[in-house]
Design a binder for this molecule. Structure first.
Ligand code: SF4
Length: 392
């Protein structure tokens, strides 16, 4: 454990006992590397058994260090968690049950790549208690999927949703990507309609992010491919805002739609700034105003040679994250509570300045105020990047 975290352990333990945690576990292996990917992942699966042993050891040591705290949401992300063998998934799940108190557990999500799942694996995962699945569909167009370097086609993506349902997952989510070179507005809307018609409970709409170096960025920089314009992308998000509610999927966060009651509880904790512990290479944690990031160098992490980057958030950083994250959610936030928190942190002028700005945006219907409750309107959601800049 990082020496700073070790020194602050009593404080971390108190925070971990004060309310249930979210536990995120990172599985950093993929069959192939997608052309746009900048996540902590590798194709070198020779490391997988050792990395899993180390992940299980981390689960046990953190569970014990924090006094076997309660966990109410679990998230197995990646990489590709569906590359775990049945035995590895069983051992990891058993370790989590031993090390943490899962009494209040309300959601256990695992991510899966449609190109790696079959009915037997999904049934076993469901039998181990994983009750929500997030499938990286990305698009329902084989040319676009191949451009993204995905290992599956559109038929396989749809089949994986059906297999998940047959395996007993009543909460299925799919990721759909916007902004892929060559992707038309009408195609995204058509794909969203097809996904909604499968009856899935949750849809995440992501904008293709090519900020970091990756092969697709190289193709664009070399002029061989081009990205859709900002206006085209905005038109897609606006069209989805109109289309998805008609299909029974309501927006509840800038990028997320769900059937009533099927919102992601684990992801909501990030927007509510509730505490979470992340274990695995590149995983992030937040507890007691401390945030830390485990090293993303997979081999070093596996061998226990890597350190974590620890950051202590100051009062202004904590305060600004409340509206920065809270306004991402359609339900918005209680400004009276934020004002109270700003008094507690002696930052009332900062809070008042934000309020004045947000009230001025209400004149253009970008922001909606109902008494002391504030939320972004539908146009505000489309322009959220600019609006939320005031909190950065
Ligand atoms: S499956 Fe996900 S984590 Fe793996 S390479 Fe593709 S985008 Fe990256």
């Amino acid at each position: 454990m990082n020496p700073e975290l070790e020194r602050r352990l009593p404080e971390l333990r108190v925070a971990a006992q004060a309310e249930p945690l979210g536990l995120y576990l990172h599985v950093p292996f993929c069959l192939d590397r997608c052309t746009y990917c900048s996540f902590t992942t590798t194709r070198d699966r020779s490391l997988q058994p050792e990395t899993l042993r180390r992940l299980i050891a981390e689960v046990e040591s953190w569970g014990s260090a924090l006094g076997r705290p309660e966990v109410d949401t679990l998230y197995l992300g990646g990489g590709t968690p569906s590359l775990l063998t049945a035995e590895e998934l069983q051992a990891l799940t058993a370790a989590v049950r031993r090390a943490f108190d899962l009494g209040p557990l309300v959601e256990a999500t695992l991510e899966a790549n449609p190109g790696t799942v079959d009915l037997a694996w999904l049934s076993q995962a469901r039998g181990l208690g994983w009750d929500r699945i997030s499938l990286g569909v990305q698009a329902l167009d084989d040319t676009l999927l191949s451009r993204l370097g995905r290992i599956h086609g559109s038929a396989q993506a749809l089949e994986s949703l059906e297999l998940a349902e047959r395996a007993g997952f009543q909460r299925r989510s799919a990721d759909l990507m916007v902004g892929i070179p060559g992707q038309s507005l009408s195609k995204v809307v058509a794909d969203a309609r097809v996904l909604a018609a499968t009856g899935l409970e949750h849809l995440s709409i992501y904008l293709l992010d090519l900020d970091k170096a990756c092969p697709l960025r190289g193709e664009i920089d070399a002029g061989r491919l081009s990205l859709p314009s900002e206006d085209e992308v905005a038109d897609v998000f606006e069209a989805l805002q109109a289309e998805l509610p008609a299909q029974g999927l309501q927006p509840y966060e800038i990028s997320n739609y769900a059937r009533p009651g099927a919102e992601s509880i684990h992801n909501t904790r990030y927007w509510e700034r509730r505490p979470y512990l992340g274990l695995g290479p590149g995983a992030a944690s937040q507890l007691a105003d401390l945030r830390w990031l485990d090293s993303g160098v997979i081999a070093a992490w596996t061998e226990g040679r890597a350190d974590s980057e620890v950051q202590e958030l100051d009062a202004a950083e904590v305060l600004s994250e409340i509206p920065l994250l809270g306004l991402r959610m359609h339900r918005g936030l209680d400004w009276g509570e934020l004002r109270h928190e700003s008094d507690r942190r002696k930052l009332r002028p900062l809070c008042d300045a934000w309020e004045a700005h947000l009230r001025s945006l209400a004149k253009e219907d970008l922001v909606l105020w109902e008494g002391d409750h504030v939320r972004l309107g539908s146009r505000g959601m489309l322009m959220s990047n600019g609006i939320l800049q005031m909190f950065v």
